[in-house]
Design a binder for this molecule. Structure first.
Ligand code: TRH
Length: 352
């Protein structure tokens, strides 16, 4: 049973920790031992309050006196503590050292996935670091998808789950979840949605900014921070999910429901080409009108394009978007998942 050390620095928001927690938990649930080292463990109080067998979550600095396990995952270039790297280099059986990168559908991902970076200086001199890229194709590391996930989504009774929490739509009403950054164009969204919506607002700025903007026939409810497992169930229950960043974005794709992604904004504008690459890949097999309407809506929601008639039309064609979301999910779920890909990679590289 190999031991995995997963290192995470919280830059802002919760995405980095959210991804690391899912990976660590998935490894533990598959029978490996996982240690998650993080510089801010406080969000775990709501993301994962219950203990998980074989998973331990520890403060970053405690790693400085720890003996490295068989596989070490440095996430998103977080730079491991030097004493830990020195201990890796001194270990008789060298651990496999993997840098797990951010998710993107851009072409560089396939080209860079699995590349080796030999370390010539510093405490890790003599070790190799491997670059591992999640992605949407067989030539990447894939996406986190725990065993049995799609069966759980399909067995889920969304109406009952929402009803038990007081979040169910009235007859004839549709329901959406909204998890968004403060700069989201909320006024344009509620205008384009039209009447007949219950909006479930996840924690964040929209909980106060959106209610005054509501149009006739719309109502909003502020949700508390949910556990990751319950956030997933929320996504499985809604007619439309507005998600952001990286982890909620992936989970919404597994929900197999229409999804609108607010990409993480980058000052240099790099998020524009990242969004286009995802739209190109995920909508490639969609009917032409759905493809152009949904792309227009996605650009508008990210302030990368105007709120055109096409963008508004996308929201009137949710049944077509739902069929496409299910087809896209079926395509993705035919690929190897990220945890299994990492396990296979680590075995080949000699650590697990
Ligand atoms: O936190 P995010 O906005 O995005 C991240 C970070 O900003 C990060 O720095 C950036 O590099 C990356 O995006 C691209 O959104 P994300 O990724 O969806 O992470 C949110 C996590 O919070 C995810 O694991 C789901 C979880 N969550 C809950 O557990 N309960 C909740 O109620 C909600 C709303 C989210």
């Amino acid at each position: 049973m190999p031991t995995w050390d997963i290192f995470c620095r919280v830059i802002d928001n919760y995405g980095d920790l959210g991804v690391c927690l899912r990976l660590a938990r998935d490894l533990a649930q598959r029978g490996d031992r996982a240690r998650l080292w993080c510089d801010d463990l406080s969000p775990l109080a709501w993301m994962q309050p219950a203990p998980v067998e074989r998973l331990s979550c520890r403060p970053w600095h405690d790693s400085e006196s720890a003996a490295p396990g068989d596989v070490v995952i440095e996430t998103f270039g977080c730079e491991l503590p030097a004493p830990f790297v020195a201990a890796m280099a001194a270990r008789p059986a060298r651990p496999v050292w993997i840098n797990l990168e951010y998710l993107s559908a851009e072409g560089y991902v396939e080209r860079s996935h699995g590349l080796k970076s030999p370390q010539f200086s510093g405490p890790g001199a003599g070790l190799d670091k491997w670059f591992f890229y999640p992605g949407f194709t067989e030539r990447t590391g894939g996406l986190l998808r725990e065993r049995g996930l799609i069966d759980s989504v399909e067995a889920h009774d969304g109406a009952a789950w929402l009803g038990a929490r007081g979040w169910a739509p009235e007859p004839g009403e549709r329901v959406l979840s909204l998890f968004a950054y403060p700069h989201a164009p909320l006024d344009e969204l509620v205008q384009a949605l039209g009447p007949g919506w219950r909006l479930l607002l996840c924690p964040g700025a929209p909980q106060t900014a959106l209610p005054p903007l509501l149009r006739a026939g719309q109502r909003a409810t502020a949700l508390p921070a949910l556990t990751q497992a319950d956030y997933d169930r929320l996504l499985w229950s809604c007619d439309l999910n507005l998600v952001r960043g990286e982890d909620s974005f992936v989970r919404a794709q597994w929900a197999g429901r229409p999804m609108l992604w607010q990409i993480y904004f980058q000052d240099d504008g790099a998020h524009g080409s990242k969004l286009e690459a995802f739209l190109d890949q995920s909508l490639a097999d969609a009917p032409t009108s759905l493809r152009s309407n949904w792309a227009a809506l996605s650009r508008a929601w990210n302030r990368l394009g105007p709120w055109t008639a096409e963008a508004a039309q996308a929201l009137r064609e949710l049944p077509a978007a739902a069929s496409h979301a299910a087809a896209w999910r079926a395509k993705l779920s035919g690929q190897l998942d990220l945890t299994a890909a990492l396990q296979a990679f680590a075995r080949r590289a000699g650590g697990a």
